[in-house]
Design a protein around this ligand. Structure first.
Ligand SMILES: [Zn+2]
Length: 338
């Protein structure tokens, strides 16, 4: 195995935040608590800085068990992808629905990004890195070259991200296999942190938000998005009679691959706002975006109806707010340190 590159100056021990040093080939050790961490060499190395100090924590939904193996299984199934639409395609969602959702969630987050000189950016739950690349593209188009970092609990996804960074020639990116509740970065490291469609999968989101706050610079911005439980329940109640009829007529059987599996607890807006604020953060914008039923409802809609139905919801989304907030599938928020 080749020797690892110098340890990026922003990396720290995820447990005690002490400095890391290289001991032998491809192993880092904390100078304070002596925990050891594996590193995978490569054009963009992967620092294996995952810890979990509370494996018995039941999280916000005691009926679901948080299990890393389940996430890995789901992500093995979706494989390498370079866009959110490709990812959704693996789940069998119609592309018209994905396009609409990504426009109102990921693209909206990118609109909120304010590029600047010398920025360092972290994506928590970076997956295969496509969202970091969207942000990178915006910086590039304005003549900036930010430093990128991505952390994910899935080793498969982090290794896909390093493939992507290598392909794009971004060899100074920092890739960590890590836990959002124990971020392996020094205090005040990042100008921009993004965490999109991830916080609902985190067992202790308050702890993860406090960690994001810790590693955010005082002048930094944190962008979050997450699905709305309120919208999912409202849509299911509205659509259940129609769904029952269509399912019976079409002999619909649920596709076992339709969801990734793994811990998933969407939020009510009040709880989400409260958790952000009690984590020492201040909400600057809180948007209710994408008025449309969850993509899984489209699986039993006749194909020729998908396009006009999405068009209808695009119009409702554009004109219906704030009257229809309870039907908006995602919250999109911009927050700073309180
Ligand atoms: Zn340590």
């Amino acid at each position: 195995m080749t020797k690892t590159q110098d340890i990026p100056e922003i990396l720290t021990c995820p447990k005690c935040k002490g400095p890391l040093q290289e001991i032998g080939e491809a192993v880092l050790s904390c100078s304070v608590c002596t925990l050891q961490f594996p590193t995978r060499a490569g054009a963009v190395p992967i620092y294996g800085l995952y810890i979990d100090e509370n494996p018995e924590d039941v999280g916000r939904d005691p009926d679901q068990k948080w299990n890393m193996d389940e996430f890995e299984e789901g992500y093995k199934f979706t494989g390498y992808h370079e866009s959110g639409a490709q990812f959704d395609h693996c789940l069998g969602f119609p592309s018209e629905v994905s396009d609409f959702l990504y426009k109102r969630v990921k693209d909206r987050l990118v609109e909120m990004v304010e590029p600047g000189e010398g920025h360092r950016i972290l994506d928590v739950g970076c997956g295969a890195g496509y969202f970091l690349m969207l942000i990178w593209d915006k910086y590039q188009s304005m003549g900036f070259r930010p430093k990128l970092a991505g952390t994910d609990i899935s080793m498969y996804q982090v290794s896909y991200m390093t493939q992507r960074m290598e392909k794009e020639g971004i060899l100074d990116a920092v890739a960590t296999h890590g836990n959002g509740e124990y971020l392996p970065y020094a205090d005040n490291s990042f100008d921009l942190i993004t965490c999109s469609e991830v916080i609902e999968h985190v067992r202790n989101p308050g702890r993860a938000l406090a960690e994001m706050r810790r590693v955010l610079k005082p002048s930094g911005t944190l962008l979050l998005s997450t699905p709305s439980m309120q919208a999912q329940k409202t849509w299911s109640a509205i659509l259940s009679p129609f769904a029952a009829i269509v399912k019976t007529l079409k002999g619909y059987k649920p596709d076992p691959n339709a969801t990734l599996g793994g811990y998933d607890v969407p939020w009510y807006p009040k709880d989400f706002k409260q958790t952000i604020e009690t984590s020492g953060l201040k909400i600057l914008d809180f948007e209710y975006n994408a008025i449309i039923p969850h993509p899984w409802h489209f699986k039993f809609l006749p194909t020729f109806l998908v396009k006009p139905t999405v068009k209808f919801f695009e119009i409702a989304d554009a004109i219906g707010k704030p009257l229809l907030n309870s039907l908006a599938l995602h919250f999109v928020t911009r927050v700073v340190k309180a």
